[in-house]
Design a protein around this ligand. Structure first.
Ligand code: UT7
Length: 326
């Protein structure tokens, strides 16, 4: 068990709401198609000036405010993102820049939509090793700036937002009861941004062809996602030595209601115990789990002693499962 307690959580969600009806004016799609295939009704879209670090910093500040601490009192900042501010430096360093703080290590974890659970694994290991006492774990995304707004198979799926959790070492029996993580890089080509890095540097041609945006083989991702996410969730619950009825809440990565439902059914968790925000925010990649966690806490669905199962999959492909006692 990797012990930690949550001092505070917070979110940052852009004000602008884009509904499915709004999207009908952008690409050839329909509210009905999007709802039926994904469960998404609307998503938030950041303005021109807002980056992942802007949202990440706001979410971290909100989490610190809830915890009653100053942002510069954390020993490390870990940001998980699929829509980094730039190739370098890390979005976590831009978060420091936004908050005007310095000194503590700040780095990114790139694991697609599994990023927040990866970052939680890294952070809780750092706490267990005693190298840090208090860590800000952030999931921050401005996916609207990395999707191709001419591609209806992807642009309807994503949204912008950030969530943060401040975690701290503790002596009590709280924290990660069990967790697992994995990746299969052989599946990298089914969900990626082809250009803009060293593999295919940005050029006039890559920009003209929109090659720096999300490219996805939807059906293939769907198939692997259901398998990877459910296996990771089931393993985490089994390794925690728990039965389904001992899980108070399931918070899966919120990419698509059908994938979430498959995970819930496989885990044998009743409908009312799955926390869902996908209808309001779409797929915010690494930010979906921390935003959902914050909203679940605000709604009184995660309280002292609650046992929550998490499961995620993402570009890579990556996957992760975790069971946390709060
Ligand atoms: O965090 C990881 C992010 N990625 C994912 O989670 C994606 C996983 N995959 C999925 O969620 C699903 O595959 C989608 C929601 C992307 C697509 O659902 P699907 O049931 O797999 O649809 P499909 O790709 O098989 O497409 C069915 C039809 C096609 O038309 P034809 O060929 O049957 O005539 C598509 O062209 O739906 C069409 N289509 C659309 N129609 C209206 C695709 N996108 C749209 C759209 N609006 N936005």
């Amino acid at each position: 068990m990797k012990r930690f307690k949550i001092l505070g959580t917070g979110t940052a969600l852009p004000k602008r709401v884009m509904t499915n009806a709004d999207l009908e004016k952008v690409v050839e799609t329909s509210d009905e198609w999007i709802r039926e295939r994904t469960g998404i009704h609307e998503r938030r879209i950041a303005d021109e000036k807002t980056s992942s670090a802007t949202l990440g910093a706001r979410a971290m500040k909100a989490a610190c405010d809830q915890a009653g601490i100053e942002p510069d009192s954390v020993d490390a900042i870990i940001v998980s993102t699929s829509s980094a501010d730039a190739i370098f430096p890390s979005t976590a360093c831009w978060v420091q820049h936004e908050l005007g703080i310095r000194g503590m290590p700040a780095f990114d974890v790139a694991a697609g939509c599994s990023g927040f659970l990866y970052a939680l694994e890294v952070a809780s290991s750092m706490l267990s090793a005693g190298t840090c006492k208090r860590i800000a774990v952030i999931g921050a995304e401005v996916m609207s700036k990395v999707v191709n707004w001419e591609d209806r198979t992807t642009c309807v799926l994503f949204g912008d937002g950030a969530g943060a959790a401040i975690i701290e070492t503790c002596e009590e029996d709280r924290g990660l009861l069990a967790s697992n993580w994995g990746a299969d890089g052989n599946l990298a080509p089914i969900l990626h941004a082809p250009a803009g890095g060293t593999r295919m540097p940005a050029s006039a041609e890559t920009v003209a062809k929109n090659l720096h945006t999300v490219t996805m083989q939807g059906r293939s991702v769907f198939r692997h996602a259901v398998r990877a996410m459910t296996e990771a969730g089931v393993k985490a619950v089994e390794d925690a030595g728990l039965s389904a009825d001992q899980i108070d809440l399931l918070i899966p990565h919120q990419a698509n209601m059908r994938i979430m439902e498959a995970c819930r059914v496989r885990l044998n968790v009743p409908e009312e115990k799955m926390f869902s925000i996908v209808h309001r925010y779409g797929n915010m990649s690494a930010a979906t789990i921390p935003v959902a966690l914050h909203e679940a806490r605000e709604a009184g669905r995660v309280v002292d002693g609650s046992v929550v199962a998490f499961a995620a999959f993402g570009a890579g492909l990556t996957w992760a499962g975790a069971v946390v006692r709060f």
